[in-house]
Design a protein around this ligand. Structure first.
Ligand SMILES: Cc1cc2nc3c(=O)[nH]c(=O)nc-3n(C[C@H](O)[C@H](O)[C@H](O)COP(=O)(O)O)c2cc1C
Length: 184
């Protein structure tokens, strides 16, 4: 996609369109954002996740995880998160900041997961524990560890690498998502 965003409103719509595409299209760049949290020592740490939901009207995105993972411990202490996506087809970088709300996955959500997906929520020993060898891990579906991270966006920063110009803008919940162009 080479169309440069003409207005701030177009630019924000492009950002949301590319995010929403990630939820439904496993080949879209936004399918696999990088999620950053702050660890107990105050250091940034990041990992790849699957984008499970994106709702523009509520400015929120959704990620699913294991309650026993380190990221949930980080978010219990400090709910601030950041997401990054480089969407090469749209020549667009997305940088999001948000506050994560940690929710227990519902039975209804659990029952809609394919068997293979259920196996990643659970298992022994707990995620991040040392194991004597790679095979010394027993995956097992455990609904009580199925966790939904509802991430309420605070800002969305977009950088579009156009042929003529690089265009960059930041949008914030605090200013009603009206947006501000900034120098790239
Ligand atoms: C392509 C890909 C998709 C992933 N999707 C998720 C996901 O949706 N949720 C998740 O918790 N971990 C996911 N992971 C694993 C995380 O990157 C990470 O290794 C794991 O969650 C442990 O992270 P933590 O110790 O920081 O909590 C994914 C990894 C890859 C490579």
């Amino acid at each position: 996609m080479e169309t440069a965003p003409g207005t701030l409103a177009d630019f924000l719509t492009l950002g949301w369109d590319r995010l929403i595409r990630g939820v439904g299209d496993r080949h879209a760049a936004a399918r696999h954002p990088t999620l950053a949290t702050v660890d107990s020592a105050g250091a940034p740490t990041q990992r790849t996740v699957v984008l499970r939901g994106a709702v523009r009207a509520e400015a929120r995105i959704e990620v699913h995880t294991d309650a026993a993972s380190a990221k949930v411990a980080h978010l219990t202490r400090d709910p601030r998160v950041a997401f990054h996506v480089w969407d090469d087809k749209a020549n667009l970088q997305l940088r999001l900041t948000a506050h994560a709300e940690i929710l227990v996955g519902t039975l209804d959500q659990w029952e809609r997961l394919p068997e293979a997906a259920r196996r990643v929520y659970g298992g022994h020993p707990l995620p991040g524990s040392p194991v004597p060898e790679a095979e010394a891990f027993q995956p097992s579906p455990y609904p009580d560890r199925y966790t939904v991270l509802q991430c309420h966006l605070d800002t969305m920063e977009l950088l579009h690498l156009g042929r003529d110009l690089h265009r960059r803008a930041v949008f914030a919940r605090a200013s009603g998502w009206s947006g501000q162009w900034i120098a790239p």
